[in-house]
Write a protein that binds this ligand. Sequence first.
Ligand code: GDP
Ligand code: MG
Length: 178
Amino acid sequence: ASHHDDQIEDYLFKVVLIGDSAVGKSNLLSRYARNEFNNNSKATIGVEFQTQSMEIQGKEVKAQIWDTAGQERFRAVTSAYYRGAVGALIVYDITRRATFENVGRWLEELKVHSDSSVVVMLVGNKSDLAHIREVTVEEGTALAEQHNMSFIETSALESVNVINAFQTVLREIHKIVS
Ligand code: GDP
Ligand code: MG
């Protein structure tokens, strides 16, 4: 945190997006940062992170949100990706049970690479496809409770709960550091 004057304090929080390939991580970020959705996920490859600001209790909170460049497909997310992260969104696809079953692996990976105080939110994405869901809301809620995470279902496509998801994590981080 840096001081412009006596009243205003800015924060910069690094938040990482993790979870299996094709669960919608890149689209959650593009929806949040630019209000855009791309069916072709390659559009965001090469972008390391995007910055988005919000105000919390009169303070400007900047989130530097990191997205993978597809390396999660090869289980090759490096420690540099996690370094300095104070928040994480673990994303699964509610229509693909395997992506939910892998949440535990991502939690382990996060534990290995980051501080134990990291704020974690579980995100079940693609809620617009609820008619073909393979994971219930109750299962998501239970897993989140078990690991002390917040939980939310989102749709990057229909822009449901996306801002809510990111802002919840940022508020929780702010609560810890302020
Ligand atoms: P990533 O590999 O986790 O970054 O996932 P992407 O953001 O690249 O998305 C993978 C695929 O899922 C793309 O075809 C997206 O268009 C699609 N997708 C992402 N979010 C949603 C969503 O909320 N609803 C639906 N129906 N499709 C989505
Ligand atoms: Mg991606």
